[in-house]
Design a binder for this molecule. Sequence first.
Ligand code: ZN
Length: 130
Amino acid sequence: MHYRIQTTKTQQFINITSKVADEVKKSNIRDGIAVIYVPHTTAGVTINENADPDVVRDMISMLDKTYPVLGEYLHLEGNSHAHIKASLMGSSCTVIIRDGKLMLGTWQGIYFCEFDGPRNREFYVKIISG
Ligand code: ZN
């Protein structure tokens, strides 16, 4: 399934867990994997804590300290920091499905990671039986 998402900040983590869980439910697949894929070079996807929103805020702020928006980059577009952060998070995540449910830990959520927004973005969810 293809999803469109409108990000609203320059850097932002958006919890997309419920969209992936809905996709698993619709598929009727009991055992398999869910692949979440982000086709962008300045946005990514990661799994991390869903309980305390300060965790993702800390992740953004520490990524920003390590790879500041303004740095000694060569890339003329001026968004090298976003390319680096997107690669660190990765462009896909895989979650095991067992008994029709995502095997995420209690505190885990799936996040779309925007690093060069706000923009119209997209991601894909593929459910594979096995
Ligand atoms: Zn660029």
